[in-house]
Write a protein of this length. Structure first.
Length: 184
């Protein structure tokens, strides 16, 4: 069963979007995305300044799937090839837990596009990956991200002190989670 999940990249479709495999030709799109300090502000990624820095991120996204550890989709407007954001499970254990990540180019914020993408990704996680608990770790201050999660039913479980180690510094993170069978 595990091997089935990774035998072919699972394209997902929503009303306005296609969630597709991130490929080498998306390299400039990733540079545009992660070259914006408003996108990277609450992320463990330094704002990119050189286009070739996007390669490391692209390699990491692709490796998660190749190594059967996670799935990162590129967010494309329906029928378009370029991606305007990314979304996915950084890690997951089938039947157990998954950890979310997502980002969108600023020009597309506040149109409900991440809500739409997350809805599809969460459904895929609960139904196809049989995940029981989907988690998102959000840096304090990232109100945009918290709002989206709360709207989708995630609960804030509290502040994890010095949870992340990025660039030799520790960061507190808020832990949000959504259970497949909500116990409330
Ligand atoms: C966090 C982030 C992904 C949110 O993306 P987004 O696309 O703006 O989120 P959405 O549009 O889905 O939801 C935001 C607002 O749009 C509104 N909205 C929903 N559907 C809409 C629609 N069809 N048309 C217009 N607005 C809509 C929502 O109600 C929401 O507003 P409100 O909660 O203030 O009422 C984006 O800000 C981002 O990329 N941030 C940087 C990266 C990052 O921090 N990622 C998260 C790490 S934890």
């Amino acid at each position: 069963m595990e091997s089935d999940i990774f035998s072919k990249f699972p394209i997902l479709k929503t009303n306005r979007l296609d969630l597709i495999e991130i490929q080498q030709f998306h390299f400039p799109d990733l540079f545009k995305l992660f070259g914006d300090k408003d996108v990277t502000q609450y992320y463990n990624i330094k704002t990119l300044t050189e286009e070739n820095e996007a390669q490391k991120i692209l390699d990491w996204f692709q490796a998660r799937f190749k190594d059967k550890l996670g799935i990162r989709w590129g967010i494309a407007l329906k029928g378009k090839n370029e991606i305007i954001g990314t979304i996915g499970f950084n890690n997951f254990t089938k039947g157990h837990r998954a950890n979310l990540g997502y980002d969108l180019q600023k020009d597309y914020w506040n149109q409900g596009l991440i809500t739409e993408s997350l809805t599809a990704v969460i459904k895929y996680g609960f139904e196809k990956l049989e995940i029981n608990r989907i988690e998102a770790e959000v840096m304090p201050g990232n109100i945009n991200s918290e709002k989206v999660l709360v709207k989708l039913g995630f609960k804030n479980e509290g502040l994890l002190r010095d949870w992340m180690l990025w660039d030799e510094k520790h960061y507190d993170m808020n832990m949000y989670s959504l259970l497949r069978n909500s116990k409330e």
